[in-house]
Each structure stands twice: as structure tokens, then as C-alpha cells.
Design a protein around this ligand. Structure first.
Ligand code: HEM
Length: 472
């Protein structure tokens, strides 16, 4: 049985020379045009199947999730540095199932999630205050707020203003994660290289791996030990870890799982949420008429005497659709996370062998004219009325048994940031800067390209609201 069609393979090398070194989603999309929605390449003898349609992703990753839910073995990021101990790179198996069960208990349903809404409102109000004080540090404030929300939920930890040791540590580890998992390390493509001794010329990656493993260990260990101290002192705030640890006598394996799932939430959730919220600000600069329309809706429903909150959600259909359009317009995870097959599978007459990878071009699907006419325009209307386009939450968070476990929290974080920001501030082109472009940066988690904007309180009343007490 042949593999899915794709660019011609060379003997031994396969398509290694065809593989893009960055922004692979653009090349993947062009292969989709040439070879169809399901195409494939081969890298060092390993097949990668690329899906360029939502239907293909649903057929292979949702319906066949029993055989398409493993992750690739990455010699550097996964094995040597140790990210395979976090959920995102955990191999399909017992530990993976346990992690998913623990995460599901936290965010599994809208009702468990509702418990976090007051916390989201408080942290987002603090975000508005930081924006008011230093509007030119937008990205820092988004990062701090996303980290604050996750660490509060996972560890019951309240971040400090200015530099925070846990947020800084986690962000450092995340930067290392994104480099350590990239194909730039040959050992990620040929995992057996991880066994060569560190003194062999060219094995410098082993020294780097050791240093990065130490950062990861601290990122996991330090906040965990902090929670244990809080528990011992009887001062631990409600959190995932408090619920899982308090009064329990855990085995070593159970303790490992609990500790690493708590850290996994930060690693999966912080940078992704940041990228989405940052893109929202850019969209508001580029599409001022959308901003004005949402502000009008907020003013007429909520008034100008208080900040909006989750209780207003059902009365703000346009602004809610705007938050959805953020997830579609800017693709945070352009090619998702690769899935790995645990069995041979024949799909529409093509062979997808056991151990091969499947990647979904979420960027391409989110901008596919067949699904979203005029795809580069920012149009909340797509998600209003009777015949709406495919909900971007069914794409942006991936598929099958690997679907993002934090998607309900992510959705809530984007929504509350959009609504509270638009109630309080006007976002516009920076007087000294150019109009932002629509580019996005390379990476597994892709940020929108850097841009400047002006962020000003909408009125005296808005200023009072921002400066008012933070209420839980
Ligand atoms: C806008 C924000 C977010 C986006 C776009 C996003 C997107 C994704 C995607 C595409 C995947 C891969 C799914 C697949 O393999 O098919 C994923 C996995 C994951 N996400 Fe998210 N995510 C976001 C926020 C969050 C948040 C807030 C958390 C946690 C609090 C989180 C935790 C995770 C974890 C732990 C995984 C790995 C799951 C696994 O491998 O089983 N994410 N996310």
C-alpha cells in the first residue's frame, strides 16, 4: 500500500531537503494544494503525514484516537531534558491516562470551571491596572497575568508584582522547551544519538541538555515544595495540588504524577494563552471598527459604572464572537502538536505505518476560504446568527485524546481579557510606530509578530473603574 502522495523522496534522505526550517505551515499548505488534504513526506525513513483539512483531522485523530494518540520520542526535548514527564510529551500509556484524569477533574466541565471565574476576573482587573501604569509593557503584563492565573489554580500561589521567581523560572524553562523540541537538534530526529557519550565531538548537546534538565527540575520542584510548606503550616490556598495532596498518603508514583501534572499546566497553558491575548491587541489596532462595535455593545449592556464579568457573557454576543475570531485569526499552534500512530493504519487506500507522525495544519484550516470566506479579515460576524462557520475551538485546541485539556480555561481567559480590556481601554496605532503587519513568528507556539500600539483609558469613568478596588 502506498503512502499518501507528497514531494518526491530521495533514497535514504527522503524529503529532508524539502523540509522547511521554520514556519513549516506555509510549505505544508502548498503541499496540500499540490497533493491533496492528506499528503506525506519522509524524514530519515520516518513518515510524517500532513493533514490540511478539518475533515481529515477529525477522521484520523478523533475517530481513530485509539491508535493516533501517542507523541513522538524527541531525543533532546523529551528524553535528555525530560519534558516527556510532562503531559504534552508523555507517551500514550498509563501515566498519560493518569495525567489526563487529574487534569479533567480540574477543567473537565463548565461547572468545575465556573469555580475559577472570580479568580479570572480578579487577575484580569490586576492586568488592567498594570496596563494603565505601563502601557508600553503590554506583553510582559499578559505574560504575568497568564502565569498568575495558572499558578493560582495549580499551586494556590499568588504572583508578586515586578519579578516573580516562579513565573521567571517557568518562562525560562519554556524558552528552553521550545528550542529543545525543535528539529534543529539532530538528536530529535535520530533519537538513538542520545546514547553517545558527552565527550564525543559534536555531542555538546548533552551538556546543554544537562543544564536545561536542571531548569526543568527547578520549575517543577520549587513551586511544589512551596505548596508542601504551605500545607504543613496550614496556610495553603485552594488549588489543584492542595486537593490532591492534603491529608493523603501518596505512593512515590502517585506523588510524581501529581507534581508533574501541576507543572504541566503551566508549560501547556502559559505561552499559548499569552500568544492569543497578544494577537487580540494587534487585531484591535488593525480593525478599529470591530473594536468600536464591541465597545458599543459593552456600554449598552453593562453600562459604564462597573467592569463587565462572566455574568454578562450571554448578553454580549458580538464581543463573545470577537473572542472566538481571535482564536481563528491568529493560529497559536499552527501545526498543533504531532501525534504518533501506535498501529499501522490504512486510510483511503494509503498506508500510515505504526510509529509514523501525523501533523495537522491548523493554520491552513483556520484560513481556508471554504470554511471562512475572506479569511484574513477579522470578522466576529462569522460566529453569529444561525449559519455560523466552524467554531475555532474545534480546531485551535487540537484533536482526539490529546485535545488541549486546558481549553475551557483558555477560552475563559481570552474572553475575560477581551471584554474587560475593551470596557476600559481604547487600543490604537502607536503615534510613532508603523501599522502592525499580519505576520506570525516561527515556533511550535507561534506569537504574532512584534508590534507597537497605544493603550489609553476610554474615559474618566473608565479610569476610575481601573483604579478601583479589585473585588473577588
Ligand atoms: C489559547 C490558548 C491555548 C491553545 C491555542 C492551546 C492549544 C493546544 C493544542 C493545539 C494542543 C495539542 C493538542 C493535540 O495534540 O492535538 C494543546 C495541548 C495541551 N494544552 Fe493547550 N492550548 C491553550 C491553552 C492551554 C491552557 C490554559 C492549558 C492549561 C492550563 C493548556 C494545557 C495543555 C496541555 C497540558 C496539553 C498537552 C495535552 C496532551 O498532550 O495530552 N493549554 N493545547
Amino acid at each position: 500500500t502506498p503512502p499518501p502522495p507528497g514531494p518526491k523522496r530521495l533514497p535514504l534522505l527522503g524529503n529532508i531537503l524539502d523540509m522547511p526550517t521554520e514556519k513549516e505551515w506555509i510549505k505544508f499548505a502548498s503541499w496540500g494544494e499540490l497533493y491533496g488534504d492528506i499528503c506525506s513526506v519522509s524524514v530519515f525513513g520516518a513518515q510524517i503525514t500532513i493533514l490540511n483539512s478539518a475533515q481529515a483531522a477529525m477522521e484520523l485523530l478523533d475517530k481513530k484516537s485509539n491508535i493516533s494518540s501517542d507523541r513522538p520520542l524527541l531525543g533532546m526535548g523529551g528524553e535528555l531534558v525530560g519534558w516527556k514527564n510532562t503531559l504534552v510529551l508523555a507517551p500514550y500509556g498509563e501515566r498519560f491516562r493518569n495525567y489526563r484524569r487529574l487534569a479533567h477533574g480540574l477543567f473537565g466541565s463548565r461547572s468545575t470551571m465556573a469555580g475559577f471565574e472570580p479568580l479570572e476576573e480578579v487577575e484580569t482587573h490586576r492586568f488592567l491596572k498594570r496596563l494603565l501604569a505601563q502601557p508600553d509593557k503590554l506583553l510582559d503584563h499578559i505574560r504575568k497575568t497568564a502565569g498568575a492565573i495558572i499558578l493560582h489554580i495549580s499551586h494556590g500561589y499568588q504572583v508578586k508584582e515586578g519579578a516573580d521567581p516562579f513565573v521567571d523560572l517557568a518562562d525560562e524553562a519554556m524558552v528552553q522547551f521550545s528550542i529543545a523540541t525543535s528539529p534543529g537538534f539532530l538528536v530529535n530526529l535520530v533519537p538513538s544519538l542520545r546514547h553517545i557519550p558527552a565527550w564525543v565531538p559534536g555531542a555538546g548537546f548533552k551538556t546543554t541538555a544537562k543544564a536545561w534538565a536542571a531548569t526543568l527540575d527547578q520549575m517543577v520542584e520549587q513551586p511544589y515544595q512551596w505548596v508542601k510548606q504551605q500545607l504543613a503550616a496550614g496556610t495553603a490556598e485552594k488549588s489543584l495540588l492542595r486537593d490532591l495532596l492534603d491529608g493523603k498518603d501518596l505512593t512515590e508514583t502517585e506523588e510524581f504524577d501529581v507534581k508533574w501534572i501541576a507543572a504541566s499546566l503551566y508549560s501547556g497553558g502559559a505561552d499559548t494563552t499569552v500568544a492569543a491575548i497578544n494577537a487580540f491587541f494587534k487585531a484591535m489596532v488593525l480593525f478599529p471598527e470591530v473594536q468600536a462595535k464591541a465597545q458599543q455593545e459593552i456600554d449598552s449592556v453593562v453600562g459604564t459604572d462597573r467592569l463587565p464579568g462572566f455574568a454578562d457573557k450571554d448578553s454580549l454576543p458580538y464581543t463573545t464572537a470577537l473572542a472566538l475570531e481571535v482564536l481563528r485569526w491568529h493560529t497559536v499552534a499552527p501545526t498543533g502538536m504531532p501525534h504518533r500512530l501506535t498501529e499501522d493504519h490504512i486510510h483511503n487506500g494509503y498506508m500510515l505505518p505504526k510509529g509514523s507522525l501525523v501533523m495537522t495544519n491548523i493554520w491552513k484550516i483556520s484560513h481556508d476560504e471554504r470554511l471562512y470566506p475572506d479569511p484574513w479579515a477579522f470578522k466576529p460576524e462569522r460566529f453569529m446568527g444561525k449559519e455560523t462557520s466552524l467554531d475555532p475551538r474545534d480546531l485551535a485546541f487540537g484533536f482526539g485524546r490529546r485535545i488541549c485539556p486546558g481549553r475551557v480555561l483558555a477560552d475563559a481567559s481570552v474572553w475575560i481579557s477581551v471584554v474587560m480590556t475593551l470596557a476600559a481601554f481604547d487600543i490604537s496605532k502607536h503615534p510613532d510606530g508603523p501599522l502592525p503587519d499580519m505576520d506570525q513568528a516561527p515556533g511550535l507556539v507561534s506569537h504574532t509578530s512584534a508590534f507597537q500600539c497605544s493603550i489609553k483609558p476610554r474615559s474618566e469613568k473608565a479610569l476610575d473603574l481601573i483604579q478601583g478596588d479589585v473585588k473577588m
